[in-house]
Design a binder for this molecule. Structure first.
Ligand code: ADP
Ligand code: MG
Length: 634
């Protein structure tokens, strides 16, 4: 995969003094790209002047050139006529296994032999959620390049606070497929806070209430002297405007007597429902008209056209339970942050669904304050991401904005009896490292199976399995004598690595939950500090260092990957080719030619792309297989 070009210092083409970095809100329903223009963050429009890109991708049949995709509004318009090849709300499937997603989907999911990555069957072939998201990112990237007039050095991409490790990783993979370097993933509510915090500079406790198309997030933030701290987050990853649409569809189905709408009809009804809902934000009533094409639908023998009036009052009755449901996570977040309602300075509204008047009313009543919506709730996340991208790109040398984030779910280990022992509790500020000591269960035990899990529940079976690895070579001792220190480390992107070390003998073993990415805390800190403090004249040295760090990261990740999966997934010849590429990269990285290192990394990326894909499939496969570790002794 080709990395984007970075011009050498001094050769940068005027008028862009600073590096082009963008913020991307990769939404369930709509996606946006934003950037700083003359110091102001703004979302970028397409050639038709549209800022919101519907997150919809239509796949068309392959021809000699390959398959073609249509992304955005046109795809959304085509969805009703081609529902199975037109993928919307793909974000709901990111980093998910077949069982998680099949239930509520109209798409034809398949799981190929030897791979548990669910794929959607389309006329263009079977596509994964990551590939679909990559199409959206490619479109936004292209829009940004055209709008800003140059190549991008990278993007800050936002994800819901509730995204777990697999979902975050899938988002990074999508960016990789799109050829877009990720400067950082940040939580959507945090991005919104960045947008507001920097604009208004008001200090205190802020609540971010984000009701989008597919997800609900609540975050409690503390803002002091330009430093954000996320005190707590909570939410519901399956609640949003789509559910309001479904409520209206259910109402329509009950009225029409249609029992089982097919995919096309459902799409038509959902589009009608959404239009009605959005109309009711401005109006007191709206007219819903449904006409069925008789040849296509034989849903009802009696009738094929209906017309109903829906009032705002009726609509509010229908949706009230859903909106009230958002207050449950609100209470939980307040409790986690040890904040009472009267300590809250303001409530920021994010997400298109917060335009619904009933939402504003219920949120306002609950928090006993008039919620803020100064910045367009559709755009505020992208705008905050753009600001953060600008800082990470190193364009703000005197800016001292440090973003503190929290881990949304607890992380821990399986212990005897199928219990989960938490090592890092949810809502811990990241990056973070925590260690905990464990011991052996049996006399003479020489190995230990480490099973890393994520979740709040006590039983392993209720938590999400993230990774497994073994610590071998523990000297035989009586049970309870060995001292095994397990260290969890979460980097600034929220990605986890775990290591285990037997203290008396020093044997150790480790796993990066997603080994091919993720810098260590130290490296990220260095890069962040660099981006804050380096002046223009240091650019050369810094670029070289970053490239060297990147090379080292690539080499280390590949060596780890080879060791772990080389034998299983590669032929001897393939292993040899990759090893050779690693050796060459290590050698070049010792030198001081930044561009040569960069080109070599690109080459290595290309050579290893297939391997990365196979590993991803295999690891998801393994996670899904859900084999239980027998127990913690051998
Ligand atoms: P996401 O973050 O999930 O991509 P957005 O923040 O773009 O979503 O919000 C999309 C949701 O907002 C959709 O369900 C859409 O119908 C809803 N929405 C947009 N405008 C309005 C409006 N004027 N009134 C009510 N809902 C709206
Ligand atoms: Mg959103």
């Amino acid at each position: 995969m080709a990395l984007l070009q970075i011009s050498e210092p001094g050769q940068t083409t005027a008028p862009h003094q600073h590096k082009l970095a963008v913020g991307i809100d990769l939404g369930t329903t709509n996606s946006l790209v934003a950037s700083l223009k003359s110091g102001l963050a703004e979302t970028l429009a397409d050639t038709q002047g549209q800022h919101l890109l519907p997150s919809v991708v239509q796949f068309q049949a392959k021809d000699e050139i390959g398959y073609k995709t249509i992304v955005g509004q046109q795809a959304q318009d085509n969805a009703a006529n081609d529902p199975l090849n037109t993928i919307s709300s793909v974000k709901r499937y990111m980093g998910r296994g077949l069982e998680d997603i099949k239930k509520h989907s109209i798409y034809h999911f398949v799981s190929e032999e030897g791979s548990a990555v669910p794929r959607i069957r389309t006329v263009a072939g079977d596509v994964s959620a990551v590939e679909v998201s990559a199409e959206i990112l490619k479109t936004l990237k292209q829009r940004a390049i055209e709008s800003l007039g140059g190549e991008l050095i990278g993007a800050v991409i936002t994800v819901p606070a509730y995204f777990d490790d697999a979902q975050r990783q899938a988002t990074k993979d999508a960016a990789k497929f799109a050829g877009l370097p990720v400067l950082r993933l940040i939580n959507e509510p945090t991005a919104a806070a960045v947008a507001y915090g920097l604009d208004s500079g008001s200090e205190g406790i802020h609540v971010v209430y984000d009701l989008g198309g597919g997800t609900f997030d609540i975050s409690i933030l503390k803002l002091t002297k330009g430093v954000f701290e996320v005190l707590s987050t909570a939410g519901d990853s399956a609640l949003g405007g789509d559910d309001l649409d479904h409520t209206i569809v259910d109402w329509m189905l009950a009225k029409t007597g249609i029992i089982e709408p097919d995919a096309s009809l459902l799409r038509v009804l959902l589009d009608k429902a959404r239009a009605a809902k959005e109309a009711l934000t401005e109006q007191d009533t709206t007219l819903i008209q449904i006409h069925l094409d008789e040849k296509l639908h034989s849903q009802s023998d009696k009738q094929n056209s209906w017309q109903y009036e829906l009032s705002r009052e009726q609509f509010e009755q229908l949706i009230q339970p859903l909106i009230k449901k958002t207050l449950v996570p609100c209470r939980r977040a307040l409790r986690d942050a040890h904040i009472s309602v009267d300590e809250i300075q303001d409530v920021v509204l994010v997400g298109g669904s917060t335009r619904v008047p009933l939402v504003r009313q219920i949120v306002g009543d609950f928090f006993a304050t008039q919620p803020l919506a100064d910045i367009d709730p559709d755009k505020v996340v992208a705008i905050g991401a753009a600001r953060q991208a600008d800082v990470l790109a190193g364009n703000k040398s005197d800016e001292d904005m440090l973003l503190l984030d929290v881990t949304p779910l607890s992380l821990g280990l399986e212990t005897m009896g199928g219990l989960a022992e938490k090592v890092i509790h949810r809502n811990t500020t990241i990056p973070v490292a925590r260690a905990q000591d464990f011991t052996t269960f049996k006399d003479g035990q020489t190995a230990m199976a480490i099973h890393v899990v994520q979740g709040e529940r006590e039983l392993i079976s209720d938590c999400r399995s993230l990774a497994r690895f073994e610590l071998r070579g523990i000297p035989p001792m009586v049970a309870g004598a060995a001292r095994i220190r397990v260290t969890f480390q979460i980097d600034a992107d929220g990605l986890l690595s775990v290591s285990a070390k037997e203290e008396t003998s020093g044997v150790q073993s480790s796993i990066q939950v997603k080994p091919s990415y993720g810098l260590s805390d130290g490296e990220i800190e260095t890069m962040l500090k660099d981006s804050f403090s380096h002046a223009q004249d240091d650019l050369d040295a810094r670029k070289l260092r970053e490239e060297q760090v990147e090379a080292k990261r690539v080499v280390e990740a590949l060596l780890a990957a080879l060791e772990e999966d080389g034998e299983n997934l590669l032929s001897a010849q393939e292993q040899h080719t990759i090893q050779q590429a690693i050796d060459e990269l290590s050698e070049i990285a010792e030198g001081s030619k930044q561009r040569a290192i960069k080109l070599k990394i690109e080459e290595v990326d290309k050579i290893t792309a297939e391997f990365a894909q196979r590993r991803m499939d295999a690891s998801i496969n393994k996670a899904l297989a859900g084999q239980r570790v027998n127990d913690l002794h051998t």
